[in-house]
Ligand binder design. Structure first.
Ligand SMILES: [Mn+2]
Length: 305
């Protein structure tokens, strides 16, 4: 099994409020690296990108804290690229879902045919024009696909345009009704492949198998926004909208284990985890750590570098 490099992206610059910048620090304190090592893998600490705590950006209201988001994406890119050069897999702990841009920036440079399994309640296809809230954390795939009205400073920081084409991407766990009109239109126009959060909850193994069959033969990244989880089972996400819908943590674990065991797998990234959400629920962070460690322990030992 390849070594694993753990990389932090302690940023909430693209958020609605602070919180996600603390996720990697809290998970480290709860024994993230030790839990991963206990699965038998050689685990190295790849360090963290810049600490960025959200504050409102009235000077750029539709793309708040854009320079900080670009800086964070670039830091993830550099650290994931270094891990891949060393022949290792990577775990990136955000931070915002924009970390997936950094992951794919590095992975597509390593292999242009890389694919992305995007496990999220949202498409993240918004642009500074399609939503008034100005939070870049649900605009990432719009920038990867270089959609109209994406923020030029972020798109131009990526290694190629577009960074991804629709056939490189599969969305798993989408709540279609939670998408903006623009996102729904783009998903149809681009022919994006996606499966709903209800299907992921009911048949995690089957839905991951369908997604993996649809993704390209090149190396694979898996991105998890913890907002896909049923918030009643596992209150971890910045967004509290997932109450009583979406997969339980156990069901998500089945999906993640299957995805990370695929021979193409190289990088798992985790976004939008706000530790404050779990403050009243003593075991949920520990259950989450066990889920992540279990998924990464299952990677195929026979996989070629
Ligand atoms: Mn989301």
């Amino acid at each position: 099994m390849r070594d694993l490099v753990v990389i932090g992206a302690p940023t909430s610059a693209g958020s609605y409020a602070p919180g996600q910048e603390a996720a990697v620090r809290v998970l480290r304190e709860l024994g993230l690296l030790e839990r991963l090592r206990a699965t038998g893998r050689d685990v190295r600490d790849g360090g963290d990108g810049p600490l960025q705590v959200w504050s409102p950006d009235p000077g750029r209201p539709r793309a708040q804290n854009l320079p900080a988001v670009v800086e964070s994406v670039t830091a993830v890119t550099d650290r994931v690229a270094a891990a891949l050069r060393e022949g290792a897999d990577a775990l990136v702990v955000g931070g915002n879902c924009t970390i997936a841009l950094g992951v794919m920036n590095a992975l597509t440079a390593y292999h242009p045919g890389a694919g992305l399994l995007y496990v999220d309640r949202h498409f993240d296809l918004n642009t500074p024009r399609s939503t008034t809230d100005g939070a870049l954390d649900w605009m990432g795939t719009a920038h990867a696909l270089d959609l109209p009205d994406a923020a030029e400073q972020l798109v131009s920081a990526l290694a190629r345009r577009p960074l991804l084409r629709p056939e490189h991407l599969y969305h798993l766990g989408v709540e279609f009704a939670a998408a903006t009109d623009w996102e729904q239109e783009q998903a149809v126009r681009l022919g994006l492949r996606w499966a709903p959060h209800t299907a992921l909850a009911e048949d995690p193994a089957g839905q991951v198998a369908l997604a993996l069959a649809a993704l390209p033969p090149g190396p694979l990244a898996v991105h998890l926004d913890v907002d896909v989880l049923d918030f009643t089972d596992a209150p971890l996400a910045e967004s509290t909208g997932g109450r009583n819908s979406g997969p339980s943590l156990d069901s998500l674990g089945v999906a993640l284990a299957a995805a990370c065991a695929d021979p193409r797998f190289r990088v798992l990234s985790i976004g939008e985890l706000n530790p404050a959400r779990a403050a009243g629920c003593a075991d949920v962070m520990d259950r989450f750590l066990a889920t992540v460690a279990g998924a990464l322990a299952g990677a195929d030992r026979s996989a070629a570098a």
